[in-house]
Design a protein. Structure first.
Length: 202
């Protein structure tokens, strides 16, 4: 058991979070698999992450204060990205580049993702895929990390990208506000309602 507490001022659930790690609050005041709404108080995020034949459990304390900004948690295939209301990003779990930490090393505890990857711009929204993570800045720039199978990250190739890298092809003049990804493709929503997609059509 690996246990480490980090306190955030508030927390919000993203709709339809993740492939395997959706979150909810149980009657015992724990945040676990499922869906739910948060009220004021302290909650413990409990998540088990599998890496090959080994499994690691991790506790993350969330302190909820009504009326404050709402950070995000998204999860993919056994990886988690957290955006604290301080603007700090953390990633942990399985890692084929999607944690954005510059390597492909499994992380058993939340590890800070450097803001320098985003030219120190504020990240306000997260997106996810099974092996991908997306980060959106307040100005609408889109950054991606993870597996580029079928060209689904929008870089024009199928490479693995292990640091958050800006996606610019066909969307450089757009303000991207949402990003979602599945095994074959990704979809990006701009603030004007236009939708862009990349990857393989099934």
């Amino acid at each position: 058991m690996v246990s480490e507490d980090r306190t955030f001022n508030s927390f919000s659930l993203a709709a339809g979070v993740g492939d395997n790690n959706d979150f909810t609050i149980t009657n015992s005041n724990e945040l676990c698999v499922g869906s739910g709404a948060l009220t004021a108080g302290d909650y413990t995020l409990k998540i088990s992450i599998t890496n090959g034949s080994s499994s690691v459990s991790h506790d993350l304390t969330i302190h909820v204060v009504p009326g404050t900004s709402h950070p995000k948690i998204v999860s993919g295939h056994y990886h988690v990205i957290v955006l604290a209301n301080t603007g700090t990003l953390y990633g942990w779990g399985n890692n084929i580049g999607q944690l954005g930490l510059g390597d492909t090393t499994f992380r058993a505890t939340p590890t800070e993702i450097s803001s320098s990857h985003f030219s120190d711009e504020e990240i306000v929204e997260l997106g996810w895929g099974s092996q991908n993570s997306f980060f959106m800045t307040r100005s609408g720039k889109l950054y991606a990390a993870g597996v580029g199978t079928f060209g689904k990250m929008g870089f024009g190739d199928t490479n693995i990208v292990n640091t958050p890298t800006q996606v610019t092809t066909n969307i450089s003049s757009k303000k991207i506000v949402r990003a979602r990804c599945n095994t074959w493709s990704a979809q990006f929503l701009a603030d004007d309602g236009s939708i862009y997609t990349t990857g393989r059509s099934r």
